[in-house]
Design a protein around this ligand. Structure first.
Ligand SMILES: C[S@@+](CC[C@H](N)C(=O)[O-])C[C@H]1O[C@@H](n2cnc3c(N)ncnc32)[C@H](O)[C@@H]1O
Length: 264
């Protein structure tokens, strides 16, 4: 899935920083799960506040063939796109809902997931020549992985997910980033926003997890506001090339991020 803040481009550096051994892998802001799928742990807890992406994971695990059949029926036309977009996901079956979500993700402008204040998906048609609406091989591999292992799939606020962590678990925290400047922000993955108050609370959760004996790694933007919140921890400055940016003219520009760990 294309996902704002997706970590595919940072994978090499993230993988180098994963602790060599841990019990369960816990990802409370899992999004499109770049690190999850790269690590493919046998025991994991994954969650996100976005109900569409978490429903998609459950359907991929439990009903992948029905999902494939449904995705096959979609077409990449503007009429069909707006018809599908206008359907409230709450009225659809889990399979139809996942199919709608994947279809919109593949065909909407920039693969962005954005909702208006009423919680309705409002990204326009992307008008791409041949978007890959159905990637059968990938869906089957993901389905087999999620079904074969003990992967708990939740949809809740990150604090509830973090509260499940036990000593020896490894958590990767990849929250909506603190904006680098007032125009670059994209923190609205669903109704509601991730504010500076939320960033401060998150840093407290990081410290609690550290006290509990978990391994914790966190990504965020490299700003004057964020760095002091993690004083005393191992902070690396890293560059990231953002593939999705709302402003076309800034696409591909390098922004700086940090990776914080409570271990070396
Ligand atoms: C930077 S993205 C994570 C990207 C992910 N690592 C990937 O590779 O695709 C941040 C995610 O946090 C989720 N989110 C926002 N607020 C949240 C909250 N309070 N609790 C849990 N998830 C939240 C968003 O829906 C989004 O998927």
């Amino acid at each position: 899935m294309k996902w704002v803040g997706g970590k595919r481009q940072l994978l090499a550096i993230l993988l180098k920083n994963v602790p060599p051994q841990y019990d369960r892998y816990i990802e409370p802001f899992v999004g499109a799960g770049a690190l999850l799928f790269a690590l493919s742990p046998e025991r994991a807890v994954i969650s996100d506040i976005n109900p569409e992406i978490m429903n998609a994971y459950r359907v991929i695990r439990d009903s992948v063939h029905a999902l494939i059949a449904s995705l096959r029926r979609h077409t990449n036309t503007e009429d069909h796109f707006y018809r599908v977009r206008s359907k409230g996901p709450g009225r659809l079956s889990p399979v139809q809902r996942a199919s709608r979500f994947i279809y919109l993700n593949r065909t909407c402008f920039n693969g962005l997931y954005r909702e208006n204040s009423r919680g309705e998906f409002n990204v326009p048609f992307g008008d791409y020549r041949a978007p890959r609406i159905l990637d059968r091989g990938n869906l089957v591999v993901v389905s087999d992985y999620l079904g074969a292992h003990r992967i708990r799939i939740l949809c809740q606020d990150y604090k509830k997910t973090a509260s499940l962590a036990r000593p020896g678990d490894f958590l990767y925290l990849d929250p909506p980033y603190h904006p680098l400047n007032s125009t670059s922000s994209f923190t609205r993955y669903s109704k509601g926003d991730f504010t500076e108050k939320d960033q401060i609370e998150l840093s407290h959760v990081f410290r609690e997890l550290d006290d509990r004996g978990c391994y914790v790694m966190l990504s965020n933007s490299n700003t004057e506001f964020i760095r002091p919140l993690y004083r005393g921890y191992n902070i690396q400055e890293i560059g990231a090339n953002r593939a999705i940016n709302c402003k076309g003219d800034r696409r591909g520009k390098r922004f700086y991020e940090i990776l914080v760990k409570n271990y070396t």
